[in-house]
Design a protein around this ligand. Structure first.
Ligand SMILES: *Cc1c(COP(=O)(O)O)cnc(C)c1O
Length: 379
């Protein structure tokens, strides 16, 4: 019955994707060729943002965004306690200080009230995370950013295809960051993208991904000039044409994959109703993209036992995430102690992520739900 392991997330790659990649392998360009611009255009078409900059991974995309808004030593960026470490790490890469704000207990999204509490004269930006695939309260966050003259960055690595009040992720902040890691909605193996309506920010990020050099190879060739200048210290954060060909092909399937993810999440909600498992709340004015299906176990239950029960039966449950500042690196280097964000810390104790990806089927969803139900009875 439990023959196949069901991971919490995984990619789906079909023959069409493979052909798209092979075609590039036979072409003249392996990196920074026509597929990069084509993938960027596909993403601006999809999200509705004006500019897109593709980079080597989602973390590089966050780093480029922090660079573009000029984060440097002494600058504070407010980040949620519950996110993947990269959101906060990208602030440290620039010498800035990540300041952790608490999350709302029912959605685990950045709490605008606590963002306001954490603002100081050194605050330069807010990095909101659309945790699990649900957009944050952007009306509130935008208003705070406007009032305090802060940049608003959306880490939408969980939220490609999500919507807030009829607007897609990519149009809800000054810059929006996506990841194409295999567990995300679409994959390029490794890959990331920033979308924005602001040309000056896009231009800065284009330079940043290519050593700080002001024009790429093709542009120089078209200008017939050998000359280039390095204006700032950048990195090699380029993505390859091979990867972008995969991304373009994957993006075509996104609408179908999103509806599968949404349907499976609904199935879970239905199947787990009354078992004691409480899914996170979805706000009425959003369309959830369901990168993750996350809920809370009952306070009376022991997560370790339930986790092991499911893993032993081939179900790839996971936990997203330990509040970032509780990682040893943050405790040691930022001197943070437990108690900083009590809602996040309390929620973390009961959180569990159930398998959810577009390559699953309804039978697997049922298997997961039934096994969790049994675990809750047994525990
Ligand atoms: C995946 C992810 C990232 C980083 O993306 P990579 O492509 O793995 O570097 C950043 N933030 C969040 C919230 C993520 O889930």
């Amino acid at each position: 019955m439990y023959s196949a392991y069901i991971p919490y997330g995984r990619q789906l790659v079909d023959e069409e994707d493979i052909s798209a990649v092979v075609e590039v392998l036979r072409s003249d360009w392996l990196t920074t060729g026509p597929k990069v611009a084509e993938f960027e255009t596909a993403m601006t078409d999809y999200t509705g943002a004006k500019y897109a900059v593709a980079v080597s991974n989602g973390t590089a995309a966050l780093h480029a965004a922090m660079h573009a808004i000029g984060i440097g030593p002494g600058n504070e960026v407010i980040v949620p306690a519950i996110t993947f470490a990269a959101t906060a790490n990208s602030v440290l890469y620039q010498g800035g200080i990540p300041v952790f704000a608490d999350v709302e207990s029912d959605t685990l999204l950045l709490d605008p009230g606590d963002v306001e509490n954490k603002i100081t004269s050194n605050t330069k930006a807010i990095a909101a995370v659309d945790y699990a695939g649900q957009p944050c309260d952007y009306d509130a966050l935008k208003e705070i950013a406007r009032r305090h003259d802060l940049f608003l960055i959306s880490d939408a690595c969980h939220a490609l295809g999500a919507e807030y009040k009829g607007r897609k992720a990519g149009n809800l902040a000054d810059m929006t960051v996506f990841s194409f890691h295999p567990v995300k909605h679409i994959t390029t193996g490794e890959g990331g993208m920033i979308v924005t309506d602001r040309k000056e920010l896009a231009d800065k990020m284009r330079r940043f991904r290519n050593h700080g050099i002001d024009s790429d190879h093709r542009l120089r060739e078209s200008q017939g000039t050998w000359y280039y200048e390095m204006e700032v210290l950048g990195y090699n954060y380029r993505i390859t044409d091979i990867q972008c060909a995969l991304g373009i092909s994957q993006l075509r399937k996104l609408p179908d994959w999103l509806s599968r993810r949404r349907r499976f999440a609904e199935n879970y909600n239905h199947l787990l109703h009354g078992t004691g498992f409480i899914p996170l709340t979805t706000r009425p004015h959003v369309r959830h993209a369901y990168h993750l299906y996350v809920g809370r176990l009952p306070l009376s239950s022991d997560r370790k036992t339930i986790f092991q029960y499911l893993r032993d039966r081939g179900i790839g449950v996971n936990v997203h995430y330990l509040p970032v500042y509780l990682h040893p690196y943050y405790r040691k280097n930022l001197g943070i102690t437990p108690g900083l964000c009590p809602t996040a810390e309390k929620a973390y104790e009961q959180l569990i992520t159930l398998p959810l990806h577009h390559g699953m089927d309804e039978v697997q969803v049922k298997t997961v739900a039934h096994t969790l139900q049994q675990a809750l009875v047994a525990a």
